[in-house]
Write a protein that binds this ligand. Structure first.
Ligand SMILES: *[C@@H]1O[C@H](CO)[C@@H](O)[C@H](O)[C@H]1NC(C)=O
Ligand SMILES: *[C@@H]1O[C@H](CO)[C@@H](O)[C@H](O)[C@H]1NC(C)=O
Ligand SMILES: *[C@@H]1O[C@H](CO)[C@@H](O)[C@H](O)[C@H]1NC(C)=O
Ligand SMILES: *[C@@H]1O[C@H](CO)[C@@H](O)[C@H](O)[C@H]1NC(C)=O
Length: 340
C-alpha cells in the first residue's frame, strides 16, 4: 500500500493564464533573438499578465532558467525527444508539494483483473485510427485532469462497444463528484470519477453539459448518456497488465509531471520525471519506433498547441516496475459490457 497524491492540483497551481488566441509565431524559440526579445514574444503569445513588476521579475528569472535549459537540451540533441518553450516557460518545474491531498491506494488483486488471461496483443494499437478518441480537449486553468482522463476512457469504451463516438462531459464530473480526495478544479482521483458515473447511472454528453473550467452548480438536470457496469484498477506497477488493457480499450492513468516533461515537443519521452503521479492522462495506444524504442501513445488535456500534434509518446517497458513517470502505478478503466 502506497500513498498517492490527488491528481491535478499541480497544474492548477502552475497555470498563470491560459492561451486564448493561438498564434503560429514561434519567435520565443528563435535563438537569433535576444532573451528579452524572446520573452516579449512569449508573453504576448501566451497573453501572460502578472499582478506587479516584482511578480514579473520573479517569473522572468524562471523563464531565463528554463529557456537556457531547453536551448542547451535541444542543442545537445542526444535524446530521443525535443523540448520547446511553451506556456509553462515561466513556471518552476519543481513545485513544492504543499497543499497536495493524499490518499491511500488500495492494493489491486490481479485475480479479478478482467484482461488477465488475454493473449492476443497486437504489436501496435492506435485507438485514434479506430475512431475511439475525441479531439484533444483543454482543461484550462482548472485542476480537472482527473475528469478529462476518466472521460477519455469512457468515450473510448463507449465507441468500442457501440460504434458511436460521443464527446462526454468533464464539467458534470467537476461539478458533481465529491469525495475526500476529489474536488472540482482542486484536483481529484480517477476512481472517484468512475464511481460517480456508476452510482449516478451514467454521464452526460459534452454537448448537453459543456465544459466551463470552473466548478459550478451541481443541480443541473441532464440525461445520462453513457452508463457503465463497473470499473477496475489495473494491477499496480505492471506495464504488461497495462498493455493487455490498452490492447482492448483506452485507459486512464496518473503520471508524474515533475521536471521538464511539460516542455515536451516531439519524439519519445524518456524522462527525467518522478514516480508520484500528480497529473492524469489517457493512454490511447502503444507501438515501437523505427529504432526499436517501445512507447505509450498518450492523450493529454493541455490543448491544441502542446506536444507532438497534441499527444506525447512516452517510453514503455522500462526496467523500473513503476514505469516511466509512474504510468502503471495508478491506472483504471470502465466496463460497459463483458467484451472479453
Ligand atoms: C548529452 O549532451 C549533454 C550536453 O552536451 C551532456 O552533458 C550529456 O552527458 C549527454 N548525454 C549523453 C547520454 O550522451
Ligand atoms: C485466467 O485463467 C485461470 C486459469 O484458467 C482462471 O482460473 C481464471 O479465472 C482466469 N481469469 C480471468 C480473469 O479470466
Ligand atoms: C473522509 O474523511 C472523513 C473525515 O476525515 C473520515 O471520517 C472518513 O472516514 C473519510 N472517508 C473515507 C472513505 O476515507
Ligand atoms: C443552481 O441552479 C438552480 C437551478 O437553475 C438555481 O435555482 C440555484 O440558485 C443555483 N444555485 C447556485 C448556487 O448557483
Amino acid at each position: 500500500m502506497g500513498k498517492n497524491k490527488s491528481l491535478c492540483t499541480l497544474i492548477n497551481i502552475l497555470i498563470v493564464i491560459w492561451v486564448m488566441f493561438p498564434s503560429n509565431q514561434n519567435q520565443e524559440n528563435d535563438q537569433s533573438l535576444t532573451l528579452s526579445e524572446r520573452y516579449k514574444h512569449w508573453k504576448i503569445k501566451y497573453r501572460v499578465i502578472y499582478k506587479d513588476d516584482a511578480e514579473e521579475e520573479k517569473h522572468i528569472q524562471i523563464f531565463k532558467h528554463n529557456v537556457a535549459y531547453i536551448d542547451s537540451f535541444n542543442a545537445a540533441g542526444n535524446k530521443s525527444y525535443k523540448l520547446t518553450i511553451n506556456r509553462f516557460a515561466d513556471l518552476p518545474t519543481e513545485p513544492s508539494d504543499d497543499g497536495f491531498k493524499k490518499r491511500k491506494l488500495e492494493p489491486t488483486t490481479s485475480s479479478l483483473f478482467k484482461y488477465k488471461n488475454i493473449t492476443d496483443i497486437p504489436a501496435a494499437v492506435d485507438w485514434r485510427k479506430r475512431g475511439a478518441v475525441t479531439p484533444v480537449k483543454n482543461q484550462r486553468e482548472c485542476g480537472s485532469c482527473w475528469a478529462f482522463s476518466a472521460v477519455g476512457a469512457l468515450e473510448g469504451i463507449q465507441q468500442i462497444t457501440s460504434g458511436n463516438l460521443v464527446s462526454l462531459s468533464e464539467q458534470e464530473l467537476v461539478d458533481r463528484v465529491r469525495s475526500n480526495w476529489t474536488n472540482g478544479c482542486n484536483g481529484g482521483y480517477l476512481i472517484d470519477a468512475f464511481e460517480f458515473v456508476l452510482e449516478n447511472g451514467g454521464i452526460a454528453t459534452e454537448a448537453s453539459y459543456p465544459y466551463r473550467g470552473v466548478k459550478g452548480n451541481n443541480s443541473k438536470k441532464v440525461s445520462r448518456q453513457v452508463q457503465i457496469k463497473s470499473y477496475e484498477q489495473v494491477p499496480r506497477n505492471s506495464e504488461d497488465s497495462l498493455l493487455k488493457v490498452v490492447a482492448n480499450q483506452p485507459v486512464s492513468v496518473g503520471i508524474d509531471i515533475s521536471g521538464m516533461i511539460r516542455f515536451y515537443s516531439s519524439g519519445i519521452f524518456t524522462g527525467e520525471c518522478g514516480t508520484k503521479p500528480n497529473h492524469a492522462v489517457i493512454i490511447v495506444g502503444y507501438g515501437t519506433s523505427n529504432d526499436g524504442t517501445k512507447y505509450w501513445l498518450v492523450k493529454n488535456s493541455w490543448g491544441i498547441r502542446w506536444g507532438e500534434k497534441r499527444y506525447i509518446r512516452m517510453k514503455r517497458d522500462i526496467d523500473a516496475k513503476e514505469g516511466l513517470c509512474g504510468i502503471p502505478m495508478d491506472a483504471s478503466y470502465p466496463n460497459i459490457n463483458n467484451i472479453v
